[in-house]
Design a protein around this ligand. Sequence first.
Ligand code: ATP
Length: 306
Amino acid sequence: MTDRLELRAYGKINLGLDVVRKREDGYHEVRMIMQTVNLYDRITMERVQEAGIRTETNLSYVPDGEGNLAYRAAKLLMEEYGLTDGVNIKIRKFIPVAAGMAGGSTDAAAVLVGMNRLFRLGLSKRELMERGVKLGADVPYCILRGTALSEGIGEILTELPPAPKCSLVLAKPQISVSTKAVYGKLRVSELSPTKHPDIDGMVEAIRRKDLDGIISRLGNVLETVTVPEHPEIAAIKELMLENGADGTLMSGSGPTVFGIFKAPESAGKAYRALKAAQDGRLARQVYLTGFFNARQPETKNQEGEG
Ligand code: ATP
């Protein structure tokens, strides 16, 4: 019997992010183009006889226990199935934290998949996604992975064909932004139409495998809030463009910025320039990577790497 799993929890970026309106209940209705990237947290899960959930992370500023979304994911299935064995969860974070890359959501998604295997729950991918939405709007997408259109409050997903290959540089400036605060400051009704990205056009470009069409439509309405407040974001974009980026954008509510490069050499150059910028203080976390397009395999009674 498998009683130990090693999982990869992949981060995401948004190739497009539009906010359509603010609902009566305070939630924002969004239209987002989601893309998994090849940057992941490593999660080890162990089924043990001692009851309860124990979580541990390698970063002091990521909470353990109830405060960790991975803990809440394990708890959700434990309670639903009345599981009596316990689980030990170790998380090694590589995805920048509170950075617009769905780090917490993807850890929770991986733990749902892991619990399903460790405890032989027999849930399908869809059934896991239905449970994931209770933990956060991005969790179902993190279970799905790949390229997708996300609508509603983020829970209505349409699978898209994989976005074309390219090189990607990710850089997180040394600033913190709260997702809640960014959405709170957004005044959707006051935005000029030009600030809204062309999400339908982006979907078409993805279907046509037209990388130039995708690049020309990169857009994130939340930049209207964060860019004026944090000059570091514009500085990173500028440096990426100077070094040959074909397009740049802030991901999610930020502050992580990504650059898309058709030429891998330019991506390498931009990566090195960002690492060196302001003696490494402009962006402490810089990654040279790419899109990750494998969907989560069907999870029912399946063994192996996730
Ligand atoms: P999103 O893109 O979904 O808005 P994010 O990437 O901006 O998410 P996260 O990395 O998920 O943000 O972190 C947001 C907060 O969630 C952190 O400040 C942290 O305290 C908390 N958190 C809880 N569980 C985790 C986890 N497993 N990994 C990272 N942060 C976590």
